[in-house]
Design a protein around this ligand. Structure first.
Ligand SMILES: Cc1ncc(CN)c(N)n1
Length: 252
Protein backbone atom coordinates (compact mmCIF):
# COMPACT_ATOMS: atom_id res chain seq x y z
CA UNK A 1 0.00 0.00 0.00
CA UNK A 2 1.42 3.39 -0.86
CA UNK A 3 1.80 5.89 1.95
CA UNK A 4 -0.83 8.49 1.19
CA UNK A 5 -3.52 5.80 1.02
CA UNK A 6 -2.93 5.27 4.73
CA UNK A 7 -4.36 8.75 5.31
CA UNK A 8 -7.97 7.81 4.79
CA UNK A 9 -10.72 10.33 5.35
CA UNK A 10 -10.88 11.28 9.00
CA UNK A 11 -7.68 9.42 9.92
CA UNK A 12 -4.95 10.87 12.09
CA UNK A 13 -1.75 11.91 10.35
CA UNK A 14 1.24 14.16 10.97
CA UNK A 15 2.66 14.71 7.49
CA UNK A 16 3.99 18.22 7.21
CA UNK A 17 4.17 18.49 10.98
CA UNK A 18 0.49 19.44 11.12
CA UNK A 19 -1.67 16.80 12.82
CA UNK A 20 -4.77 15.93 10.90
CA UNK A 21 -8.08 15.92 12.69
CA UNK A 22 -11.35 14.39 11.53
CA UNK A 23 -13.18 17.60 12.38
CA UNK A 24 -10.93 19.98 10.42
CA UNK A 25 -12.54 19.45 7.03
CA UNK A 26 -11.17 15.99 6.25
CA UNK A 27 -14.48 14.35 7.11
CA UNK A 28 -16.45 12.10 4.75
CA UNK A 29 -17.30 13.69 1.43
CA UNK A 30 -20.08 12.53 -0.91
CA UNK A 31 -19.14 10.35 -3.85
CA UNK A 32 -18.67 12.27 -7.11
CA UNK A 33 -21.79 10.68 -8.65
CA UNK A 34 -23.89 11.93 -5.73
CA UNK A 35 -22.22 15.33 -5.38
CA UNK A 36 -22.55 16.25 -9.07
CA UNK A 37 -26.32 15.85 -9.09
CA UNK A 38 -26.70 19.01 -6.96
CA UNK A 39 -23.43 20.93 -7.53
CA UNK A 40 -23.45 24.36 -9.19
CA UNK A 41 -20.26 23.53 -11.14
CA UNK A 42 -20.46 19.72 -11.41
CA UNK A 43 -16.95 18.97 -12.69
CA UNK A 44 -14.48 16.53 -11.18
CA UNK A 45 -11.82 19.14 -10.34
CA UNK A 46 -14.38 21.18 -8.41
CA UNK A 47 -15.48 18.05 -6.52
CA UNK A 48 -11.84 17.67 -5.44
CA UNK A 49 -11.24 21.35 -4.67
CA UNK A 50 -14.35 21.80 -2.57
CA UNK A 51 -13.54 18.61 -0.62
CA UNK A 52 -10.18 20.16 0.27
CA UNK A 53 -11.69 23.04 2.25
CA UNK A 54 -10.81 24.68 4.61
CA UNK A 55 -7.18 23.98 3.63
CA UNK A 56 -7.71 25.28 0.10
CA UNK A 57 -8.86 28.74 1.14
CA UNK A 58 -6.27 28.85 3.93
CA UNK A 59 -3.52 28.18 1.35
CA UNK A 60 -4.60 30.68 -1.32
CA UNK A 61 -5.20 33.42 1.26
CA UNK A 62 -2.19 32.52 3.41
CA UNK A 63 -0.43 35.51 5.04
CA UNK A 64 2.93 34.36 3.66
CA UNK A 65 1.53 34.24 0.12
CA UNK A 66 0.02 37.69 0.64
CA UNK A 67 3.44 38.91 1.80
CA UNK A 68 5.01 37.61 -1.44
CA UNK A 69 2.37 39.52 -3.42
CA UNK A 70 3.03 42.61 -1.33
CA UNK A 71 6.80 42.34 -1.72
CA UNK A 72 7.53 41.96 2.00
CA UNK A 73 8.03 38.18 2.47
CA UNK A 74 11.41 36.91 3.67
CA UNK A 75 12.04 34.48 0.81
CA UNK A 76 15.22 32.81 2.06
CA UNK A 77 13.97 29.71 3.89
CA UNK A 78 10.99 29.39 1.55
CA UNK A 79 13.06 29.37 -1.65
CA UNK A 80 15.75 27.06 -0.23
CA UNK A 81 13.04 24.54 0.61
CA UNK A 82 11.09 25.17 -2.58
CA UNK A 83 14.11 24.47 -4.76
CA UNK A 84 14.04 20.97 -3.28
CA UNK A 85 10.30 20.76 -3.88
CA UNK A 86 10.82 21.76 -7.51
CA UNK A 87 13.40 19.01 -8.03
CA UNK A 88 10.81 16.34 -7.18
CA UNK A 89 8.05 18.26 -8.96
CA UNK A 90 10.14 18.15 -12.16
CA UNK A 91 10.41 14.37 -11.86
CA UNK A 92 6.64 14.24 -11.42
CA UNK A 93 6.15 16.20 -14.64
CA UNK A 94 8.28 13.58 -16.36
CA UNK A 95 6.00 10.92 -14.91
CA UNK A 96 3.01 12.75 -16.37
CA UNK A 97 4.58 12.61 -19.85
CA UNK A 98 4.98 8.85 -19.37
CA UNK A 99 1.63 8.12 -17.69
CA UNK A 100 -0.70 10.26 -19.83
CA UNK A 101 -3.13 8.19 -21.84
CA UNK A 102 -2.69 9.96 -25.20
CA UNK A 103 -0.21 11.95 -27.22
CA UNK A 104 -2.09 15.27 -27.11
CA UNK A 105 -2.05 15.13 -23.31
CA UNK A 106 1.70 14.44 -23.14
CA UNK A 107 2.53 17.60 -25.13
CA UNK A 108 1.62 20.31 -22.56
CA UNK A 109 3.50 18.43 -19.83
CA UNK A 110 6.57 18.14 -22.03
CA UNK A 111 6.35 21.79 -23.03
CA UNK A 112 5.95 23.04 -19.45
CA UNK A 113 8.79 20.79 -18.33
CA UNK A 114 11.19 22.02 -20.99
CA UNK A 115 10.19 25.65 -21.36
CA UNK A 116 9.20 26.71 -17.86
CA UNK A 117 10.42 24.57 -14.97
CA UNK A 118 13.83 23.63 -16.36
CA UNK A 119 14.38 26.99 -18.04
CA UNK A 120 12.66 30.18 -16.77
CA UNK A 121 11.95 28.88 -13.28
CA UNK A 122 15.36 27.27 -12.85
CA UNK A 123 16.98 30.56 -13.90
CA UNK A 124 14.89 32.41 -11.35
CA UNK A 125 15.97 30.04 -8.56
CA UNK A 126 19.65 30.42 -9.43
CA UNK A 127 19.47 34.23 -9.46
CA UNK A 128 17.25 34.42 -6.39
CA UNK A 129 19.32 32.07 -4.25
CA UNK A 130 22.48 33.88 -5.25
CA UNK A 131 20.95 37.27 -4.40
CA UNK A 132 19.97 35.86 -1.02
CA UNK A 133 23.56 34.76 -0.38
CA UNK A 134 22.67 31.06 -0.21
CA UNK A 135 25.79 28.90 -0.39
CA UNK A 136 26.27 25.87 -2.63
CA UNK A 137 25.51 23.36 0.15
CA UNK A 138 22.19 24.99 1.04
CA UNK A 139 21.33 25.23 -2.63
CA UNK A 140 21.88 21.57 -3.44
CA UNK A 141 21.40 19.69 -0.17
CA UNK A 142 19.91 21.81 2.63
CA UNK A 143 18.43 20.35 5.77
CA UNK A 144 14.88 19.62 4.77
CA UNK A 145 11.92 20.88 6.78
CA UNK A 146 9.37 18.16 7.71
CA UNK A 147 6.78 19.56 5.31
CA UNK A 148 9.31 19.45 2.45
CA UNK A 149 10.07 15.82 3.25
CA UNK A 150 6.35 15.00 3.31
CA UNK A 151 5.62 16.82 0.06
CA UNK A 152 8.54 15.14 -1.73
CA UNK A 153 7.34 11.75 -0.45
CA UNK A 154 3.82 12.40 -1.69
CA UNK A 155 5.12 13.38 -5.14
CA UNK A 156 7.42 10.35 -5.22
CA UNK A 157 4.51 8.08 -4.34
CA UNK A 158 2.37 9.54 -7.11
CA UNK A 159 5.30 9.17 -9.54
CA UNK A 160 5.97 5.56 -8.55
CA UNK A 161 2.29 4.68 -8.88
CA UNK A 162 2.50 5.50 -12.62
CA UNK A 163 -1.22 6.23 -12.30
CA UNK A 164 -2.09 9.23 -14.48
CA UNK A 165 -5.01 10.38 -12.31
CA UNK A 166 -2.84 10.47 -9.16
CA UNK A 167 0.06 12.23 -10.87
CA UNK A 168 -2.39 14.74 -12.32
CA UNK A 169 -4.06 15.36 -8.97
CA UNK A 170 -0.80 16.38 -7.27
CA UNK A 171 0.38 18.52 -10.19
CA UNK A 172 -3.00 20.22 -10.37
CA UNK A 173 -2.99 21.11 -6.67
CA UNK A 174 0.53 22.55 -6.85
CA UNK A 175 -0.28 24.78 -9.82
CA UNK A 176 -3.89 25.69 -9.07
CA UNK A 177 -3.14 26.76 -5.49
CA UNK A 178 -0.29 28.92 -6.80
CA UNK A 179 -2.50 30.51 -9.45
CA UNK A 180 -4.98 31.14 -6.64
CA UNK A 181 -2.71 33.22 -4.44
CA UNK A 182 -0.60 34.83 -7.18
CA UNK A 183 -3.61 36.09 -9.12
CA UNK A 184 -4.76 37.93 -6.00
CA UNK A 185 -1.76 40.26 -6.37
CA UNK A 186 -3.05 43.81 -6.79
CA UNK A 187 0.07 45.51 -8.17
CA UNK A 188 3.41 43.91 -9.08
CA UNK A 189 5.92 43.99 -6.20
CA UNK A 190 9.08 46.01 -6.88
CA UNK A 191 11.97 43.66 -6.19
CA UNK A 192 12.64 40.83 -8.64
CA UNK A 193 12.50 38.15 -5.92
CA UNK A 194 8.81 38.72 -5.29
CA UNK A 195 7.75 40.12 -8.66
CA UNK A 196 9.12 37.30 -10.81
CA UNK A 197 7.74 34.66 -8.44
CA UNK A 198 4.28 36.20 -8.84
CA UNK A 199 4.75 36.46 -12.62
CA UNK A 200 5.74 32.79 -12.86
CA UNK A 201 2.42 31.82 -11.27
CA UNK A 202 -0.05 34.20 -12.87
CA UNK A 203 -1.00 35.62 -16.27
CA UNK A 204 -2.63 34.07 -19.35
CA UNK A 205 -0.04 31.33 -19.97
CA UNK A 206 -0.10 30.06 -16.43
CA UNK A 207 -3.92 30.26 -16.40
CA UNK A 208 -4.00 28.12 -19.56
CA UNK A 209 -1.64 25.60 -17.97
CA UNK A 210 -3.85 25.28 -14.89
CA UNK A 211 -6.89 25.14 -17.18
CA UNK A 212 -5.29 22.19 -18.98
CA UNK A 213 -4.57 20.35 -15.71
CA UNK A 214 -8.14 20.86 -14.54
CA UNK A 215 -9.56 19.81 -17.91
CA UNK A 216 -7.53 16.61 -17.78
CA UNK A 217 -8.88 15.81 -14.31
CA UNK A 218 -12.40 16.62 -15.57
CA UNK A 219 -11.83 14.26 -18.51
CA UNK A 220 -10.31 11.24 -16.77
CA UNK A 221 -11.90 11.53 -13.30
CA UNK A 222 -15.56 10.80 -14.12
CA UNK A 223 -14.57 7.62 -16.00
CA UNK A 224 -12.88 6.14 -12.91
CA UNK A 225 -14.67 3.78 -10.56
CA UNK A 226 -15.71 5.10 -7.16
CA UNK A 227 -12.75 3.57 -5.30
CA UNK A 228 -10.27 5.11 -7.75
CA UNK A 229 -12.05 8.48 -7.49
CA UNK A 230 -11.65 8.27 -3.70
CA UNK A 231 -7.91 7.60 -4.11
CA UNK A 232 -7.62 10.74 -6.24
CA UNK A 233 -9.58 12.66 -3.61
CA UNK A 234 -7.30 11.43 -0.81
CA UNK A 235 -4.09 12.46 -2.54
CA UNK A 236 -5.59 15.77 -3.69
CA UNK A 237 -6.61 16.68 -0.14
CA UNK A 238 -3.24 15.65 1.22
CA UNK A 239 -1.45 17.81 -1.34
CA UNK A 240 -3.61 20.83 -0.45
CA UNK A 241 -2.89 20.27 3.24
CA UNK A 242 0.83 20.23 2.47
CA UNK A 243 0.58 23.45 0.41
CA UNK A 244 -0.90 25.12 3.46
CA UNK A 245 1.77 23.58 5.68
CA UNK A 246 4.50 24.75 3.30
CA UNK A 247 3.42 28.38 3.72
CA UNK A 248 3.19 27.85 7.50
CA UNK A 249 6.78 26.61 7.43
CA UNK A 250 7.91 29.59 5.34
CA UNK A 251 6.31 32.00 7.78
CA UNK A 252 8.37 30.45 10.61
C1 LIG B 1 5.30 24.13 -2.49
C2 LIG B 1 5.04 24.59 -3.90
N1 LIG B 1 3.83 24.34 -4.47
C3 LIG B 1 3.63 24.73 -5.76
C4 LIG B 1 4.57 25.37 -6.48
C5 LIG B 1 4.27 25.84 -7.86
N2 LIG B 1 4.94 25.15 -8.85
C6 LIG B 1 5.78 25.58 -5.86
N3 LIG B 1 6.79 26.18 -6.51
N4 LIG B 1 6.02 25.20 -4.56
Amino acid sequence: MIGFVEFQDGAQGTAGGTPRRAEDGQAAWPAFAVWRSTAADPVFSEWLRSAAEPDWTAAVTHPFAAAISGGTADMRRYLIQDFQFVDTFTALLGAAVAAADRFEARVPFGRFLGQTVTDTERGYFHRALEALGVDAADMTSPELEPVTVSFRSLMDEARSSQDYSLVLAVLCVAEWVYLGWASRTVSPPEGFLHREWVELHSGPEFEAWVGFLRAELDRVGPALGEAAQRRVLTIFREAVRLERGFFDMAEG
